[in-house]
Design a protein. Sequence first.
Length: 276
Amino acid sequence: MAKSALLKSSIGKKYWMALTGLFLCVFLIGHLVGNLQLIYASDLQFNQYAHFMTTNPAVKVLSYLTYFSILFHAVDGILLTIQNKKARPVGYAKNNAAANSTWQSRNMAVLGTLLLVFIVTHMTNFWAKMHFSEMPLQTQVLATPMGDVEMYNTTSGSFIEKQQVEMGGLELKNGKEFYIPNSDLKFAEGYKDLYKITVDFFKNPVNNMGLIATILYVLSMAVLSFHLLHGFKSAFQSLGLNHTKYNGIIKCAGTAFAIIVPLLFAIIPVYIHFVK
């Protein structure tokens, strides 16, 4: 009975909303640190990071927990909104909501819905391609002598061409690890080139699609910022962790988080489109 009440009651829904929301805040920090490599790291480093995030067993478990948290957070928010409306079917004769609450607190359902649309679109453009579609491979050269060498085709078992190889300058389409006979050339297994997919997406010149994608991403981060401005502080309140001694710190930390994290996310596509 108690378990049922914890899931179905308004207090229970707010409790789970807070827990999943704070967990997703932690996810945002990790995701941001990884994505910032598109700016400060090399394409190889970013592809190695993407490879690790999609193959490491522990990360896979955390990924499934994240997917569940997103779905649960969204569904719980919808049910909570419906429940609140049913509890007050007739509005007050005089309703000055702006005087008693912030704009973002009154529009959390709308902000959350927009974020859910963004997440689905974002995962379709990047996550689904990384997991399920054919992608170009980036092959790392581990040891490269200077001079003319012959590229060895591992599929046919024959030499396919001779070309000048410079230090670290050879990139192959074949993603298998192999050695060229009578040579100290060594090629590592090719990583899926998510770096190229991401850069091409935000720089796509066809019908200004890259610019449009960049603008929509920045607007989505503005939506995220407003969602976090209310959600971060509200989560602590729902969990009963608010206190007069700490409310000021929680509010300042929440405001900083809601501004800095979405801003850094937004900088990434802007940098890719206008600088790279």
